[in-house]
Design a protein around this ligand. Structure first.
Ligand SMILES: [Zn+2]
Length: 256
């Protein structure tokens, strides 16, 4: 749209009533989501951009496809975009990805996320696995400073979908990854042998690790396997009253 026309249109926005404003927002939302995703992808990838095939660092812009800039490698001639070779390559509906990430943070199920975003449940199922794939590669090396560790429980049958058998605890916007607070466990204690235990540990900078330690209560050996390698030797471990932590901390010289 030419600038004068746009200015006219923009001036008229003030005249909209409330339902009309909602309608305009809803119409713009997916496009705005796409712009944000495309800008984010470019921001993240532009620095070290190289040919996914031969690794050469120089490439030319080579048109657009699927909402993304395409590039052509100056050495081997292969064309690629910033998602080629990643789990997100060829996934559609990019304008809804950031909204989808919000549903992950809310611990929404595949089905309820699909409903919220207006896409097929198969789509959110695929996204869940592709997006979480990436998260796995993003694990921190070491948790530093004050590290909170706790356990949460998941029904065996829920593992694939990561659908928790409880309402997500909302705290600071990252409910799914937050260690649970003392008191939440009592109701689960009796049935914990039916459930898979997930160990979650997080430091104050927000770095988080989690590990599925298996059926039943947490054991020292599992802490040694899953937590110890990720724990800075100087870290201060903060946990609830679970009896498994003190012997673990003592045995490995960790402040608790
Ligand atoms: Zn190349």
């Amino acid at each position: 749209m030419k600038a004068p026309n746009f200015e006219k249109l923009f001036a008229q926005l003030a005249l909209l009533n409330q339902p009309q404003r909602q309608q305009v927002l809803a119409a713009l939302h997916p496009a705005a989501g796409l712009d944000r995703v495309v800008a984010l992808i470019d921001e993240i990838r532009s620095k070290g951009r190289r040919c996914p095939d031969c690794g050469y660092e120089r490439c030319h812009r080579h048109g657009h496809a699927n909402d993304l800039q395409r590039f052509r490698c100056c050495a081997c001639g292969r064309t690629f975009n910033d998602l080629t070779g990643t789990p997100l390559a060829r996934l559609r509906h990019k304008g809804k990805w950031l909204d989808y990430l919000d549903t992950i943070v809310d611990s929404r199920t595949v089905r309820s996320a699909a409903k919220r975003l207006g896409v097929h449940p198969n789509t959110t199922f695929r996204w869940r696995h592709r997006f979480l794939d990436r998260v796995k590669d993003d694990r921190p090396e070491r948790l530093l400073g004050i590290v909170e560790a706790d356990e949460t429980f998941l029904l065996e049958s829920q593992k694939g979908s990561r659908k928790l058998d409880r309402k997500p605890r909302k705290r600071g916007g990252r409910a799914a990854l937050q260690p649970r607070k003392r008191g939440g466990r009592a109701a689960l204690r009796g049935i914990s042998h039916h459930l898979d235990c997930i160990l979650v540990a997080r430091d104050r900078s927000g770095q988080t690790i989690d590990a599925i330690t298996g059926r039943g209560a947490l054991k020292v050996a599992q802490l040694v396997k899953h937590l110890l390698p990720k724990l800075d030797p100087q870290a201060l471990l903060v946990t609830d009253a679970n009896a498994v932590y003190p012997p673990f901390a003592r045995a490995h010289g960790i402040a608790h």
